[in-house]
Structures are given as structure tokens and as C-alpha cells.
Design a protein around this ligand. Structure first.
Ligand code: BGC
Ligand code: BGC
Length: 638
């Protein structure tokens, strides 16, 4: 007679579809007879985890390690119960039919009820990319992207931002944010440049106050309805990959290879994870899609981060002391060499705890069960992974309050929250050039505005806004840059292509920039360039050639090449991707607030000067790291 559990596994492995999966009823372990202690909230988390783990079958444990995408389970929500899924996520743009706070909370609660229908009633963790506010939700407060926040050099502001983001996110259901990106961008050709706080690890570390904003100051804050579990991502070296090293689709640099030695990797790429873990106790970490290739081992042997036991277990968990759980990136384990069983085994044995398997969670569960059954993955590794996941669920208070506490839903997109975002926009503006004190402008000057991004909230919010890639147009409520200018002057003409007559204007404002993109889709060489578009160049030439004072605003996720047009401009401002509160740009243009922002990255003279970073030999950029002119706020006149 085979062991009953073995037989259950063999049956499970033979089943091809989830629909055919029987509910999990395998023989419960020894503790099953004694009264359960884990529901008792007075007990320490450690004891609750031990008690619960002791009651779980292997199938139930592996279910906890699986995360599915909501679209994949939406047709048959009972999969959550059948598989005993640990987590569900919304990928970028994966929103409920009614994209409102209520629509979100009802959706997450419906999934939750399916998790609570399992034998042990282990609640579900719901994760979402709140990377600049709760950005999938229409009506949320959308903050500037991280690179702009790096320009503020204001850790307190970043903490406040993430407190708001956490509150707006959790009030709609998700208790877990896949943020912040603590990536250190070393090459502006990377499509995720704007997700980084800057090129200096020290600057990224300063901005890790955001983790405290998400999670709260004390462990007990996590259980409050205005905090979420944070994720430091993408571990490690995601912003430091070599141009041309990506083998993924048409990407050139995203998901590529970091070619480096261990010492440099430690100083640049690993550095942010030390305080993220030790000082801020970040709850989860997402290993990167990228690979690392150690030059001291002889170049040419790249190892995927998801497969690196050295980095995930020896360095991150043992040496740095990470006690949270690792969540793999979107289908990332499928990029490990070998067949699927090898990929899963390699990642689990490297130290991966939860698997983001958007459309293949059932297959993941079957595969890992078979690997454990065959003795290729130890049960002690499974127990370690599940302990880490359960610990987070207990700390988040999910066993006591599994359903959405909606008490803060009324604060979503509130004037108070938007005011903080507007202040962040103003604080992030970097004044790169200001000849003859062109800025700040006088109120009521006659202003001519050109450029489509002057009045396009979609462009100004960038990628990861309502949809994964983001899009141009009227996508979210808020103010555009033009709205802000109009609040300060009653004589404003707007001509997107600078075709309207210019005579009689005192100031020309040309808004140049990029259209929205996300991830590798924004890599230079993959349909993108750092060079200005023909339309933007033409607008600069027309306006700066005709109007006395000419101010250029760059609305983009990264510096663009402006070298040959710079002499024609009186003032140049880097506006980044400000998000929903475009009026914050006008606050500094008109001197209501001072310009204080400083470059978080080096501004190159030409695209082929990339990569160039502070500290490089022969450093000769157009504007160095840290550059930013200051103005004084004008005393308020009535
Ligand atoms: C990205 C992650 C993100 C995940 C879930 C991946 O493609 O690399 O940053 O958290 O998708 O949307
Ligand atoms: C999802 C994103 C994810 C990406 C990964 C998209 O379909 O919406 O969240 O990051 O795929 O490739």
C-alpha cells in the first residue's frame, strides 16, 4: 500500500486541469486533534505560525506559495479554494469591471471569501503595483514617479507620499504593494529609469523612508487599515544591466545582465537592501528578472537572480538577515534554463518563497508537489517559505480582519492628499538653466504655451497609470500643467504645434517630452530614443525664435538630449512625470514656491555618452548629478 499522502500526490500530479482537482482533504498532520491555537490573536505571531504550520498538509503549504493573476481565476473563483491559493495579484491595468474604490473592495472581498472557505480558513494576500499612488484606480492621488521624488531630496515627503498611497490602496482591498523600487539606475536607456530614485545608492537609501510610509513605524502598524506590506524590488542589479544584454523580446537593457564584480555589486546594487531590511524591516522583496555575471569568475556565465542561491539565500536571507518573504517577478521563473520542473525546483531551492505565476498557478502547485514528493525539494525549505508567508499574514491582522476595512475610502483622491502630491510636484522641479532670471514669471504676463504635453494628463502621469503602459489623453482626474498656468495668468494662448500667431506675448513656454511607456517597452533601441522628437524641436525653434523670453519644460521619465537647443532657451526645467497634480509645476514657475529640486541622475550631452554616472573617469556631462538652480519664493502679493 502506498502511503496515503503519496497516493494523493500521485493523483494530483496526474490531473491536468484545476477544474478536476479535488478539494484539499489529504490526511491532516498530528496536531489536528488538539484545539487550534493559531486563531488566538493574543498569542505571539511565532506561536500562531507554528501551530498553523503544524496543521497544514503539504498541498496546503504549497498552495500558500502560489500567486495567480486575477484575470486567470476570475472565471472560476473556486480555484482559490481548491488550490488553497496564498495570494492573488492585479497586474498593471488589471482592474475590476467597475474601477472605483467600491468595485475594488468588493472584488478583493469576493476572492477573500473563497480563501476563507478552505479547511483552515487562511486568508488571501492581495498584491498590486502602487508605484506612484494607487495608480490602477481611477480617481486615486497620482504622485510623481520615483525619479522625480529623488529630485526632491526630501525623505520626509517620500514617507508622507507612501502613507497616503498605503491608505488609498488598503481602503480598496489590497494589503500589499509591489513598491518601492529601490533600483539604482546606471543607464538612462533603461525603460524603467523613472522607477528609480537615482543613480547613487546613497540617494536611493535616503528615500527608503517610503517603506516606513507603507508599513508604518512599528510592527503593529501593519494591521491598521491604512498600511500595507511593502516590497523592495527588484533584487538586485536591475538598473545596472548592460546595454544590449537583454535576451527578452525586443528589449535592449531591461531584464538584461549586470556584468560586475562582487565588490562593486555590493556597493551599488545590493547597498539599498541592507537598510531596507535592517532599518525598515521591509516585508517582502522581489527578485529581479535580470541576471548577474561575475567578472572575477570569468565573464560569460550569467545567472538569473531567481536562480541564485548565493544571492537570495546566502547573501540576502543569511548575511543581510532578511526575515520576510521573496516573491518572484511576473512568470520570471520561466526564464530559468531547463524544463518547468527544473525551473521551479531551482528557484525554490535558491530561496524563492512565493511564486508570481499569473496564468500558471495550478501547474506550479502540481509541479512543486511532485518535486517535493521526488525528494528534490526538502520539506524544510517548504516550511521555511510558508512560515515567512504566514508571518506576514498574521502581522497584517488578516486572520482577525480578512475583509476590506473601508473606513478611509473617503480619503481617496481627497484635496488633502492631492495637496501633498502638488507639493511633491513643486519640490521635484529642477531648474537647469535660468539666464537673465527668466524665472520666476510675473503674474499676468502674456503667455504663449506650445507642446501637446502641456495639456495631457496621461503623458504627464506616464506608465503604470490606469494601464500597465499608461496612455496619452484624459485618463485620470487632476490638473494639467496648462491648467496650472491658467490659474496664474489670464492671458494664456495655447497652440500644441505652435502654429497660432505669437505676436504680443511676453513669455513662451514650450513643453517637450516623452509619451508613456513601462518596463522594456521603453528601452532605448526598442522604439525609443533620448533624442527630442521632430515636433518638439520644431516647437522650440518656432517659439524661442519669436518670443522674447523662452522657457522649456521637459515632461519625461528621464533626461532627454537638449544640447543643441539649449542656447536658444532662456530657462530649462526638468518636470519629470508629475502625475495627477500638474498645477504644482506652475507653483514654481510663478514663484509661489521656490525651485529646490536637484538632479538625481547625470544629464548626458548625447545618447552615446550613456552610461555616464557621477564618479566616472572623464565625467563630462551637460549637467552633473546634483545640479539644480535655486530661486526664492516671491513674497505673496495681494
Ligand atoms: C514587473 C514588476 C511588477 C510585476 C507585477 C512585472 O512585470 O517587473 O515590477 O511588480 O510585473 O505587475
Ligand atoms: C502586466 C504587468 C506585468 C507585465 C509583465 C503585463 O501584462 O499587466 O503587470 O508587469 O505583463 O510582462
Amino acid at each position: 500500500m502506498p502511503h496515503p499522502r503519496r497516493r494523493a500526490i500521485a493523483t494530483l500530479a496526474a490531473l491536468a486541469t484545476v477544474a478536476a482537482l479535488p478539494p484539499i482533504v489529504a490526511a491532516p498532520p498530528a496536531t489536528a486533534g488538539t484545539p487550534a491555537a493559531y486563531p488566538d490573536s493574543r498569542l505571539p505571531v511565532r506561536e500562531r505560525v507554528d501551530d498553523l504550520l503544524g496543521r497544514m498538509t503539504l498541498e496546503e503549504k504549497i498552495g500558500q506559495m502560489a500567486q495567480a493573476e486575477r484575470v486567470a481565476i476570475d472565471g472560476d473563483r473556486d480555484q482559490i479554494t481548491k488550490l488553497g491559493l496564498g495570494s492573488v495579484l492585479s497586474g498593471g491595468g488589471s482592474v475590476p469591471a467597475s474601477n472605483t474604490p467600491k468595485g475594488w473592495a468588493d472584488m478583493v472581498d469576493a476572492y477573500q471569501s473563497k480563501a476563507l472557505a478552505t479547511r483552515l480558513k487562511i486568508p488571501l494576500l492581495y498584491g498590486v503595483d502602487s508605484v506612484h499612488g494607487h495608480n490602477n484606480l481611477i480617481g486615486a492621488t497620482i504622485f510623481p514617479h520615483n525619479l522625480a521624488m529623488g529630485a526632491t531630496r526630501d525623505p520626509g515627503l517620500v514617507r508622507e507620499q507612501q502613507q497616503i498611497t498605503a491608505m488609498e490602496t488598503r481602503a480598496t482591498g489590497p494589503q500589499w504593494a509591489f513598491a518601492p523600487c529601490v533600483c539604482v539606475v546606471r543607464d538612462l536607456r533603461w525603460g524603467r529609469t523613472y522607477e528609480s530614485y537615482g543613480e547613487e545608492p546613497g540617494l536611493v537609501i535616503q528615500m527608503e523612508t517610503g517603506i516606513e510610509g507603507f508599513q508604518g513605524r512599528r510592527k503593529s502598524d501593519l494591521a491598521r487599515p491604512r498600511h500595507v506590506l511593502a516590497t523592495a524590488k527588484h533584487f538586485a542589479g536591475d538598473g545596472d544591466t548592460k546595454f544590449g544584454s537583454s535576451t527578452t523580446g525586443t528589449f535592449t537593457i531591461d531584464q538584461g545582465v549586470t556584468v560586475t564584480d562582487r565588490r562593486t555589486f555590493g556597493k551599488i546594487d545590493l547597498a539599498p537592501y541592507v537598510p531596507a531590511v535592517r532599518k525598515y524591516g521591509v516585508g517582502s522583496i522581489m527578485p529581479s528578472f535580470s541576471s548577474v555575471d561575475w567578472t572575477e569568475d570569468g565573464v560569460g556565465n550569467p545567472v538569473k537572480m531567481s536562480a541564485s542561491r548565493e544571492l537570495l539565500t546566502d547573501v540576502l536571507k543569511r548575511k543581510i538577515g532578511f526575515g520576510g518573504f521573496l516573491i518572484s517577478d511576473w512568470s520570471a521563473v520561466h526564464q530559468i534554463p531547463g524544463d518547468y520542473a527544473t525551473q521551479v525546483r531551482t528557484a525554490v531551492n535558491a530561496g524563492m518563497d512565493m511564486f508570481m505565476e499569473p496564468h500558471t498557478a495550478p501547474r506550479f502547485v502540481r509541479t512543486l508537489l511532485a518535486e517535493v514528493d521526488a525528494g528534490r525539494v526538502k520539506t524544510s525549505r517548504i516550511d521555511d517559505a510558508v512560515r515567512r508567508i504566514l508571518k506576514a499574514k498574521f502581522e497584517l491582522g488578516l486572520f482577525e480582519h480578512p475583509y476590506t476595512d473601508r473606513r478611509y475610502a473617503g480619503t481617496i483622491g481627497s484635496p488633502r492628499h492631492r495637496a501633498v502630491a502638488r507639493r511633491a510636484v513643486a519640490a521635484s522641479q529642477v531648474l537647469l538653466k535660468n539666464s537673465g532670471r527668466a524665472l520666476p514669471l510675473e503674474r499676468n504676463e502674456k503667455i504663449y504655451v506650445a507642446g501637446v504635453s502641456a495639456d495631457d494628463i496621461g503623458n504627464q502621469a506616464g506608465g503604470w497609470t490606469v494601464t500597465w503602459q499608461g496612455s496619452s489623453g484624459d485618463t485620470i482626474p487632476g490638473t494639467t500643467i496648462l491648467d496650472g498656468i491658467r490659474q496664474n495668468s489670464s492671458h494664456v494662448s495655447y497652440s500644441p504645434d505652435a502654429s497660432a500667431p505669437m505676436a504680443g506675448h511676453d513669455v513662451g513656454i514650450v513643453v517637450i517630452g516623452e509619451r508613456p511607456y513601462a518596463e522594456g517597452a521603453g528601452d532605448v533601441g526598442n522604439g525609443h530614443t533620448l533624442n527630442l522628437s521632430a515636433a518638439d524641436r520644431a516647437n522650440i525653434d518656432r517659439v524661442c525664435g519669436a518670443i522674447r523670453t523662452c522657457v522649456v519644460l521637459d515632461v519625461a521619465g528621464r533626461p532627454q538630449i537638449v544640447t543643441d537647443r539649449l542656447p536658444a532657451m532662456d530657462a530649462l526645467v526638468m518636470s519629470w512625470l508629475p502625475g495627477s497634480e500638474g498645477a504644482g509645476v506652475a507653483d514654481v514657475l510663478f514663484g509661489k514656491r521656490p525651485f529646490t529640486g536637484r538632479l538625481p541622475v547625470t544629464w548626458p550631452r548625447s545618447e552615446d555618452q550613456e552610461p555616464t554616472n557621477i564618479g566616472d573617469r572623464d565625467y563630462d556631462p551637460l549637467f552633473p548629478y546634483g545640479h539644480g538652480l535655486r530661486t526664492h519664493a516671491r513674497p505673496r502679493t495681494r
